[in-house]
Design a protein around this ligand. Structure first.
Ligand code: FES
Length: 325
């Protein structure tokens, strides 16, 4: 769960550099045009990019926690792109201006864990690279398992390899599309991890599903997952009222609409970014009522507690939902 009390802070940046990292993957380095400091961030944080085509996309920060002169995001030019990664790769040029959000962190590190295990698949390595840099700076005990198609497809491979060597920690690369290559056996891998170890996973949906399955039975607070895309469809059944606690205004959510759709249609100002339950920008406190959670951020305990919800994708199980808006 992230901080729901702050509206989204927007920052004007300039695209300082674009770097080729692997086939289809570029790093985009952003700085303030005046050279000033950017807000501090913690490992695992992401920023939203407000693209010139009207889209908003969230990307994890790759660079080291503590850097405030720049943000770096790694972006895969997704062949199934809805326009976000394509715009970044095909339209943006060095020197262009770009509005971004301040960093938010839905995937924080537990820095006091006795041992941490990071499992990355493909472009899911981006938050992990930032996290292992932090772990190395803390001289903590960690391992990274990084799966990609081939060595050439493993973005940031050289930097990660060097970091593991310098820190004296294990980095294992797994290539599943080389002769004899196999998918990582997450079940076997996780079965061998101490119960006190904290496990982190970011990658494609099948990998995340296998990870969550393999982590069943482990303490919830030791299992950390970051989704890049929605696993569940948004709740659009409608047929309930949302009451805005601060003004008392009542908004009916009709069938086919999300809560966010209904609020925007009613002229209300609500924060949002990804609109698919993965970024946390729309997290809203629930005063009363029972949310029908569909996001990829809240843990099972947080869902059961029902204190906050993502209004871009979650609905209501009760006839009325009172929100702190
Ligand atoms: S807008 Fe991203 S989680 Fe709702």
């Amino acid at each position: 769960m992230s901080d729901t009390s702050n509206p989204i802070q927007k920052i004007e940046t300039r695209l300082q550099a674009i770097t080729w990292e692997a086939p289809g993957i570029h790093s985009f380095e952003l700085r303030r045009p005046d050279g000033g400091a950017l807000p501090v961030f913690t490992a695992g944080a992401h920023i939203d990019l407000y693209l010139g085509n009207g889209m908003v996309r969230s990307y994890s920060l790759v660079n080291a926690q503590g850097e405030t002169h720049r943000y770096i995001v790694g972006v895969n030019r997704d062949v199934a792109s809805r326009g976000g990664s394509r715009y970044l790769h095909d339209t943006l040029k060095v020197g262009d201006s770009l509005t971004i959000s301040a960093p938010r962190n839905n995937f924080p590190l537990n820095e006091s864990a006795p041992h941490s295990v990071f499992i990355a698949g493909g472009i899911g390595v981006t938050p992990m690279y930032c996290m292992v840099q932090r772990m190395a700076a803390l001289k903590a005990s960690w391992q990274l398992f990084y799966s990609s198609r081939t060595p050439q497809h493993a973005a940031y491979r050289e930097g990660i390899e060097a970091l593991g060597k310098a820190a004296g920690q294990q980095v294992v690369f797994n290539y599943d599309q080389v002769p004899g290559g196999k998918m990582l056996d997450l079940k076997a891998l996780i079965a061998g991890m101490a119960p006190s170890a904290h496990l982190y996973c970011c990658g494609p949906l099948p990998m995340l599903a296998a990870f969550e399955e393999a982590c069943k039975g482990r303490a919830e607070e030791t299992v950390h997952v970051e989704y890049f895309s929605a696993r569940e469809a948004a709740a659009t059944g409608g047929g309930f009222n949302v009451v805005l606690a601060r003004s008392g205004k009542k908004v009916f959510v009709a069938e086919g609409k999300t809560i966010l759709d209904a609020l925007l249609d009613a002229g209300e100002n609500a924060p949002f970014s990804c609109m698919e339950g993965v970024c946390g920008s729309c997290e809203t406190k629930v005063v009363s009522g029972t949310p029908d959670h569909r996001d990829m951020i809240l843990t099972d305990s947080e869902r059961k507690a029902g204190k906050t919800m993502m209004i871009c994708c979650s609905g209501s199980k009760s006839a009325e939902l009172v929100l702190d808006l």
